[in-house]
Design a protein around this ligand. Structure first.
Ligand code: SF4
Length: 365
């Protein structure tokens, strides 16, 4: 039995126009937040289970002071038993990545850096409210790769103004820069977010759904040709550079989430902290938001949903066992219509199947 730990560091300089994460631009709260987080880490302390992965996400962890990152990391090391080869990931934004910051993060033990690039086209970055431009992003990625850290780029498909040429140029830049991992997300606009409002008012135009679908399928081939194999609906890696922390989520291994809005999955129970930063800071000990014990139905749904997010798919017999005759007919239909494929004993989505995976999976429930 091993554990993964997620730590949420919510501060950002600006609120990007599409972002729905639990974040805060009230940078004056950083010290009080870190104090509350240290208290939560201390309370959750458990040195019996080795920690295989540690993940600092946000928000923008890279904009926290190095002193505060060091305090948090020291408290984590004191409170938990980090494996000698722990995968220690940290999210960053390009404007924070310098040779000095890379050296300081490495000194803390970070060995995997995820950089929120989103796009290498300036015209696509400005409607998002991102601070960085193409040149700053290229410089940050080149420095991270040269530092020897395992490096991931977050990219977004479906951005306003994105064209086939601009998207493929972004992918080619990622490959040229030599990163070992790419996370490629579809733009998912929450109703009422500033970017959604701009789109509704005709001030920003999203690319056509058909183009986005074609580009997703093309990206899979292009990244694979560049040595980054798809292993999950949105994730691509060189062999051995898959993100072990995210794999824990998809294989339903236990993880503990600490900090604002953080989710946990322990002993079949899911629970989450509040997303209200004032409440988190002031009432940290009882700041839990929800807690649910998964019933057999939820368990079944999650096993299928998370298993099928991965290109390795799920055992044919397991689907039959979980969903009976209905599951067998569902798989036969998918194999016949081309949205599922079979690899030995397993079934998995094809690239076209991934595009509509939510709809296909919901046919089973
Ligand atoms: S930097 Fe990241 S977390 Fe912060 S507002 Fe922008 S998208 Fe959201």
């Amino acid at each position: 039995m091993t554990l993964g730990i997620y730590v949420h560091l919510p501060f950002c300089r600006v609120h990007c126009t599409y972002c729905a994460f639990a974040i805060s631009t009230d940078l004056g709260r950083e010290e009080a937040y870190v104090d509350a987080l240290l208290r939560e880490i201390g309370r959750a302390s458990d040195r019996k289970v080795p920690v295989q992965t540690l993940y600092y996400g946000g928000g923008t962890p890279s904009r926290m002071s190095i002193e505060n990152l060091a305090r948090i990391t020291a408290e984590i090391r004191r409170s938990f038993d980090l494996a000698a080869d722990v995968e220690f990931s940290m999210e960053s934004n390009p404007e924070d990545v310098t040779d000095a910051s890379l050296a300081a993060w490495t000194e803390l033990g970070v060995n995997r850096l995820s950089i929120g690039v989103q796009s290498f086209a300036d015209l696509e970055l400005s409607p998002l409210g991102r601070i960085h431009g193409r040149d700053r992003a290229r410089d940050a990625v080149a420095r991270a790769v040269a530092s020897g850290l395992r490096t991931n780029l977050d990219l977004i498909l479906g951005l306003p103004g994105q064209t086939r040429e601009s998207f493929l140029a972004t992918l080619d830049s990622a490959l040229e820069l030599g990163v070992g991992h790419v996370s490629l997300y579809m733009l998912d606009l929450e109703k009422g977010s500033p970017l959604a409002v701009q789109v509704d008012r005709g001030r920003a135009e999203l690319p056509d759904d058909g183009l986005v679908a074609d580009l997703y399928v093309e990206a899979i081939g292009r990244l694979e040709a560049g040595g980054l194999r798809q292993y999950e609906i949105s994730n691509f890696a060189r062999a051995g550079e898959e993100c072990l922390h995210n794999l824990r989520y998809w294989t339903r291994l236990p993880y503990l989430g600490l900090g604002l809005g953080a989710h946990s999955f322990m002993a079949g129970r899911r629970f989450a902290n509040t997303r209200d930063i004032r409440r988190y800071i002031e009432k940290s000990p009882e700041a839990g938001d929800f807690s649910e014990l998964l019933g057999a139905d939820e368990d079944r749904r999650e096993t299928l949903f998370l298993g099928l997010r991965q290109t390795g798919g799920i055992d044919y017999e397991r689907v039959a066992q979980l969903c009976g005759q209905e599951g067998i007919e569902w798989m036969d239909r998918g194999l016949r219509d081309g949205w599922l494929r079979r690899a030995g004993e397993r079934v998995a989505f094809t690239p076209a199947g991934f595009l509509l995976s939510n709809e296909y999976i919901s046919q089973l429930f």
